[in-house]
Design a protein around this ligand. Structure first.
Ligand SMILES: Nc1ncnc2c1ncn2[C@@H]1O[C@H](COP(=O)(O)OP(=O)(O)OP(=O)(O)O)[C@@H](O)[C@H]1O
Ligand SMILES: [Mg+2]
Length: 196
């Protein structure tokens, strides 16, 4: 029987292959639908500070979402990948405030606020390759988000952004994996997971 790590790796390969089949138009449309679902949510509307991320590659496009949140007056924090794999956070101040980071990422050029800054967000948006009804989340395998999300308080809405087919019956999880409270996908909008 394969271990959890092998199971996660196999699942990532399968999910990334499915994402690679999507066109740029599909990613953009997915990003719009996810954006609209999130902008409709009271907890997002009321959030003073939102920790988000700038999508890369085949992820549902979050660039319009980040712009809209900022335009509406939220303080938007974006991650910076540290050499040790942990995440630091800095504010988004419009599309021109981004600079090239490692691994093709666009990162905020503003001063980093430290890895603990994510704990001050009222809503946290996380990338994911898959989630399950219990809230288990599969990421890209760096463990960066597990480290960051462990600093987020239990009452803070923690939402994973996925494509519709990525809400799976079961996602393998280890003790360090931080559960998310909801999934947001283009066709289903916000799906509350676990205990909510
Ligand atoms: N809190 C932590 N502190 C230190 N290392 C961690 C922590 N959480 C996870 N890791 C490391 O990250 C590795 C990958 O974790 P995992 O397979 O859960 O990644 P992931 O959840 O897919 O990625 P990500 O969290 O970046 O989206 C783990 O095997 C572990 O070594
Ligand atoms: Mg994990």
């Amino acid at each position: 029987m394969p271990g959890v790590n092998e199971e996660k790796a196999g699942l990532r390969t399968r999910l990334l292959a499915a994402r690679a089949e999507l066109s740029a138009e599909q990613r953009t449309a997915a990003g719009r639908a996810v954006r609209d679902a999130l902008l409709d949510r009271p907890e997002v509307q009321m959030a003073g500070t939102i920790a988000a991320y700038y999508s890369v590659g085949t992820e549902p496009d979050t660039r319009g979402l980040v712009f809209a949140l900022w335009k509406r007056g939220s303080y938007v924090l974006l991650p910076l990948l540290r050499p040790d794999g942990d995440l630091d956070w800095a504010s988004y101040e419009g599309p021109d405030s981004l600079v090239a980071g490692p691994r093709g990422l666009l990162e905020p050029g503003e001063p980093p606020r430290g890895p603990g800054a994510v704990a001050r967000a009222d809503v946290v948006l996380a990338p994911a390759l898959a989630v399950d009804p219990a809230g288990n989340r599969l990421g890209r395998g760096g463990g960066s988000y597990d480290r960051a999300l462990a600093r987020v308080g239990p009452m803070i809405p923690l939402l994973a952004l996925i494509y519709d087919a990525e809400l799976l019956d079961r996602v393998p999880a280890e003790p360090h994996d931080v559960k998310v409270r909801a999934a947001v996908s283009p066709g289903s909008g916000v799906t509350v997971l676990g205990a909510g």
